[in-house]
Design a protein around this ligand. Structure first.
Ligand code: KG4
Ligand code: ZN
Length: 338
């Protein structure tokens, strides 16, 4: 079985991992979250600079933790798309240089394919077809996994990603960054039924609504209007109730679409990925709905839901085994469909 070293630098985590099939030998992650937090969001130029400073040490740390030398590595992979171009370039350039230097194959990996493969790290017996609900700060998609390299995006957000919606609502409530964990915490003591908020459905030209696509920008605007209305009578906002009501709306919207997509496509397993997988409201709703409809719902451990190179190495490993390799001329792209 191939041993893959992978580098992930698509956003604000510099991560290097070594994986043998689904077995994680090391997974080094350096997060820049605290630094970007000062600006209320990821600053691309800052991200690229930090990746550049961190990546060499991260590679050395991953090799040392796995107790391996270069001769024991079969291929070198890096995330090539989608993501911040400057950030992606750091990882892919490091990977290509190492591939040339050590005479190893190079493999470019789609970031979302990495998120799909995160589920294999703790469920190596997982067999396609299954549904992946990917909910992060940059992406919100429902992906049908047919086999390695073959995916159908059944649904996606038409505007903000779920995590982005959490971050924007947190900002307008005057909370910190990233907003997801703060809203999740506040929601624990709030009433999810306190305020009724719109779900954000996508109308179809011939009538009715798209069954799997979602939208969060209207919800964010609705929270903003509600906040302004409440502030007009009492400057002391019911923050916990607002957080709980917003979270409930997002969790229900995502659960409804994921369950419907799984049932419509005869998929008995839903694997979750992305940072929003940590959300307690979403977990509760998905777990309950999964039980009701006899569907298996997989929540990988959080260290594999948020951005990490182990998931990229795992995806690369599956491609390596079917003979796929990338050219050293492969570039990076800010956007790319699966
Ligand atoms: O996957 P991730 O680490 O980074 C990418 O976006 O690729 O996801 C980060 C996102 C942020 O928007 C953050 O607010 C959200 O995940 N998040 C959460 C929770 N923990 C992190 N959202 C809701 N509830 C949480 N507990
Ligand atoms: Zn991600």
């Amino acid at each position: 079985m191939a041993t893959i070293l992978a580098i992930e630098t698509s956003c604000d985590e510099t991560s290097v991992a070594i994986v043998n099939k689904c077995n994680v030998l090391s997974n080094f992650v350096a997060s820049q979250m605290a630094e970007h937090g000062q600006y209320g969001g990821v600053v691309p130029e800052v991200a690229s600079r930090r990746h550049l400073e961190t990546v060499n040490g991260a590679i050395a740390a991953a090799l040392e933790a796995a107790n391996l030398s270069w001769s024991e590595i079969d291929a070198i992979a890096a995330t090539c798309a989608p993501g911040l171009v400057g950030a992606l370039l750091v990882g892919i350039t490091a990977a290509k240089t190492l591939a040339l230097l050590h005479d190893k194959p190079f493999m470019g990996v789609h970031h979302l394919e990495g998120h799909i493969y995160a589920s294999y790290l703790t469920n190596p017996d997982l067999k396609p077809p299954f549904l992946c609900l990917l909910v992060s700060g940059g992406h919100t998609s429902l992906i049908q996994v047919h086999q390695c390299g073959q995916y159908t995006t059944l649904g996606r957000t038409r505007d903000d990603a779920a995590g982005e919606a959490f971050d924007k609502v947190a900002r307008l409530l005057g909370l910190g960054y990233p907003g997801g964990p703060i809203i999740d915490q506040l929601a624990q003591t709030g009433n999810p039924q306190a305020f009724s908020l719109p779900e954000g459905r996508i109308s179809l030209p011939k009538g009715g609504y798209h069954p799997y696509d979602c939208s969060f920008s209207g919800l964010k605007t609705a929270v903003m209007r509600l906040v302004n209305q409440l502030k007009a009578t009492d400057p002391d906002l019911p923050i916990a109730d607002l957080a709980a009501s917003f979270q409930e709306t997002v969790a229900k919207a995502l659960t409804k679409r994921a369950i419907r997509a799984a049932l419509d496509h005869n998929l008995s397993t839903i694997a979750i990925g992305g940072g929003v997988a940590a959300n307690r409201g979403l977990r509760q709703h998905l777990k309950a709905a999964g039980e009701k409809h006899n569907l298996e719902v997989l929540f990988p451990p959080m260290k594999y839901c948020t951005d990490n190179a182990a998931m990229i190495a795992c995806a690369a490993s599956a491609h390596f085994n079917q003979g796929d390799r990338s050219s050293l001329t492969l570039g990076v792209q800010s956007r790319m469909d699966l």
